[in-house]
Design a protein around this ligand. Structure first.
Ligand SMILES: Nc1ncnc2c1ncn2[C@@H]1O[C@H](COP(=O)(O)OP(=O)(O)OP(=O)(O)O)[C@@H](O)[C@H]1O
Ligand SMILES: [Mg+2]
Length: 288
């Protein structure tokens, strides 16, 4: 199974939200990183067939998803960025309702919904109305609904927004369990989410795919640009103004800095191995 994105473009008035985005996705978990407004949601909505591209196309095994129509939707699971509708439904009724829309037989649906609600920790409160849920609970319901049809293609737009660390860890496990033989694309600002589970990282910048590679290789691309040094409190202030500081730690009278910079920031700075957060800061220094 291969999802091909071919020069996908979306223009809103004069704003180019997605700009000739091309890539191939095969089985695996892909993490989409990008600053606010870089075009992630727009890209994902086009990949789900919910938004018509200005130009370009999305193909599944060589066939345009518009031509696959219902056949594509059957394979697809989607969590929109601002999930939260049907406030007067209970989680249980909402899940069963979506199952019927997806054409699941009633008994299968009940079993499946029970299983998924259990997985996201909502089973015990499944008979409560969604409007009484907290933000994190709604988000977990959103994750559960995206998995109803055991989708071969799963697109999750900031799935961990509003989740506490324990729920984020649980989410990663759910996704890993589901990932065999599937294409999973998830966007996030929380670097650690994809650092742990994504096979491939995509970096999106101003609507374009600026980089795509395995975690290991993508961090290699800034090898030599991450520094560690120890400076005085006074010096630290000036370094923070001049450099991208990815971490700062007070240690007695001194401050330990982790700096992302192509040039050595000071004489005693030593190179350390880059992580994904450094990479993110390197690419989005203007925003940071
Ligand atoms: N319906 C719309 N009409 C006009 N402009 C839009 C519309 N939707 C998005 N945009 C613009 O397109 C750009 C990309 O937006 P998009 O929501 O895809 O970004 P994003 O990467 O998902 O951001 P975030 O991290 O904040 O969710 C932004 O500049 C946004 O203002
Ligand atoms: Mg978005």
């Amino acid at each position: 199974m291969e999802l091909t994105i071919q020069s996908l473009t979306k223009q809103y008035g004069s704003k180019l939200a997605v700009d000739r985005f091309s890539t191939n996705l095969s089985e695996g978990i892909y993490g989409l990183l990008g600053a606010n407004g870089s075009g992630k949601t727009t890209l994902m909505r086009m990949m789900c067939g919910l938004l018509r591209p200005t130009s370009g196309e999305v193909l599944l095994d060589g066939v345009n998803i518009n031509d696959l129509d219902e056949g594509y939707r059957e394979l697809l699971g989607y969590l929109p960025q601002n999930f939260g509708y049907y406030p007067d439904f209970t989680a249980w009724d909402f899940m069963l309702y979506l199952s019927s829309l997806k054409g699941l037989p009633k008994l299968t649906a009940e079993e499946r919904c029970g299983e998924l609600l259990e997985k996201v920790g909502l089973y015990d409160i499944r008979k409560k109305k969604i409007k009484t849920y907290s933000g994190g609970m709604r988000q977990r319901l959103g994750i559960a609904q995206s998995l109803i049809n055991d989708p071969k293609i799963l697109i999750l737009d900031e799935p961990t927004a509003g989740l506490d660390p324990k729920e984020r860890a649980k989410f990663r496990n759910i996704i890993s369990d589901h990932s065999t033989g599937k294409i999973i694309l998830l966007s996030t600002h929380i670097v650690s989410d994809i650092e742990y589970i994504a096979d491939k990282i995509m970096i999106m910048k101003h609507g374009q795919l600026s980089q795509q590679n395995s975690l290991e290789h993508i961090c290699d691309s800034i090898n030599g640009f991450v520094w560690y040094c120890k400076v005085t409190l006074n010096e630290a202030e000036s370094y923070r103004n001049r450099f991208v500081v990815s971490n700062l730690k007070h240690n007695g009278d001194m401050v330990e800095l982790r700096i992302v910079s192509e040039q050595q920031p000071c004489e005693n700075a030593v190179n350390v191995s880059p992580n994904l957060e450094d990479l993110y800061l390197y690419h989005f220094k203007e925003e940071a």
